[in-house]
Design a protein around this ligand. Sequence first.
Ligand code: PMP
Length: 367
Amino acid sequence: MTGIDDLPIRDELRGKSPYGAPQLDVPVRLNTNENPYPLPEPLVARIAERVAEAARHLNRYPDRDAVELRTELAKYLTRTTGHEVTMGHVWAANGSNEVLQQLLQTFGGPGRSAMGFEPSYSMHALISRGTGTGWISGPRRADFTIDVDAAEAAIAEHRPEVVFICSPNNPTGTAVDEETVLRLYEAAQAARPSLVVVDEAYGEFSHRPSLLPLIEGRPNLVVSRTMSKAFGAAGLRLGYLAAHPAVVDAVQLVRLPYHLSAVTQATALAALEHTDTLLGYVEQLKAERDRIVTELRAMGCEVTDSDANFLQFGRFDDSHAAWRAILDHGVLVRDNGVPGWLRVTAGTPEENDAFLDAVRAIRKENN
Ligand code: PMP
């Protein structure tokens, strides 16, 4: 049987596994940081309307520069962060994964390297590898915050061309403060200068304000965002970034022509018309997240402070066995391979109760 490694693939891909959270058919799925609320019916109807309109023009290529969508995203960012950005500061692609890939194609690549502070979002390393960019794993403290002195030293030593700061961080839920970003940005500028990417996929769920205002006067700082989480539209595939307009010009060098379909643009524009309703769900999810943290701690679990729509809990002598035991109670959580810890996404109140009951049950079984 011919396998991948029998094919003439690139050496750095040999023996590697693709990204893959298990997609199991389980009653309660709290493993991929999705929003549990389906889009509200009036929004579904508006999507149908806008997509029908787009369908009338599908014989033509879509707006290559997605001007209307970027204008509306800029308005959303300005309204929710208090920092004024325009269409020229915003770029959009198929999920923030594609935004990150375009950034690495532009600023990374063969002979260059990217650094992230791990454990963090595994795709930062995987997209680096896929774009031929070297990967350097930077340090975190035992409590999963970034040790700024150690991080500055790592940047000075390795001089990566791209530095990822994930805030709130996946899988730990840890938010990063402004001071940390500013110090790491300065260290990255002193070392090269390099591009600093703040991945704010979960920004709307944070107790802290967005780090987006920091792009002002810092042309090498990028903030990436997504409609997959707060907008409850993971199936849409729409991510975006805000940065100095020169960064937006630079990623045009690598983006495929017409990468964002007319259907995607129409759907995203419809969702942006319903921002207030969707942000209402975000508030409910934040409250549920905080409730899960409180209840898990009351049971005696350790929980890492969370600013995301998920949280990291433990500690388990064998986290994979704990993952399996929770699954046996009908609840799918995520084992990100962080020894001792598991991650759960905040779902509906009923799903969260099912999860809390499952943890209570496995703690009882083990005592
Ligand atoms: N960044 C982080 C930190 C994430 O956790 C995710 C999704 N799990 C993404 C980016 C990518 O999301 P999407 O491509 O759906 O926008």
